[in-house]
Design a protein around this ligand. Sequence first.
Ligand code: FES
Ligand SMILES: [Fe+2]
Length: 347
Amino acid sequence: MFIKNGWYVAAWGNEIGRELTQRWIAGDPLVLYRTEAGKVVALEDRCPHRRASLAKGRLVGDTVQCGYHGITFDCLGSCVHIPGQEKIPGSMAARAYPVLEKWQWVWVWMGDPDAADESLLPDFHYNDAPGWVATGGCIPVKANYQLLTDNLLDLTHETYVHGKTIGNSAIVETPISYRVEGNEVHVERIIRNAPPPPLFQQVRNFEGNIDRWQIIRFQMPAHISIDARGLPAGTNDIERGMRWFSINSITPVNERSSLYYWTITRCFSLEDESLTKVVSDQIYKTFMEDVEVLEAQQALIETDQRRKAEVSIRADSGSVSARRIVQRLVEKDASTTSERMIPEVAQ
Ligand code: FES
Ligand SMILES: [Fe+2]
């Protein structure tokens, strides 16, 4: 149930250096490292010899030497050395994955390398755009990645889960609008003339009510940006208001666990480091409230022997649309993979 032909965040750029790092993405193990020239490499973390973990081996220059029997592979996964043997069989190769490093994150394309297309990256340029300051992290979550995308596409939960930081009753009182464009889902909620939630008040010290914007964009496989604005009610006064992007990328580790990469990137009070810390701490606390809900939800889904169908409501429109897109792309990936396999089997 994973899209293969899509970009996933494998790591923060600063996590990958001159050592071997293992990451699982969509059920597959990868070994990541940086070449001497600074380029990030991703190979399947299964040695083609006896499937030992290459990540437990060692880097020799830009090559990886398997720690079990010493067979060595270059950045393209080609075998360059077999101890005690000159002839290298053509099939002695590790799969290499296309990699991009952009907007502070390392991205890996998990599908057909020939189909890797940079234009399919989600637009997360605010992560390092001039005039914006980002803070963020990565949270391991014991839940299926789609529980996280559901959560981010339906922010009504903020009222109930995040009442200490970004939630208040104005959210549920304001309906959403949504639209689907190709493989993207857009959900909007514009709240007029309502009290600011606690974190907004702490950040901007508003004197009265605010207009609050939540403009959500989903891009496949599991990338969500939220353009969040709080402006003194009836104004467009960004000087006294606030605007940040909540940028979220969910990397499925497997069907039941995920890595949640996140940033909050703001365009006001750029020099204020204590504000960065407040935002970072409070948003982390907020997301951990989600994690508590989602991990409990995952456990109850897994143990539901009756497999009762869920009942959707209007607020689910965005998340249901995103799930349909993912389903369609998963099926498309599966059918193109099997099409490609037919001639190979026939030969
Ligand atoms: S398993 Fe890697 S060299 Fe044998
Ligand atoms: Fe949340």
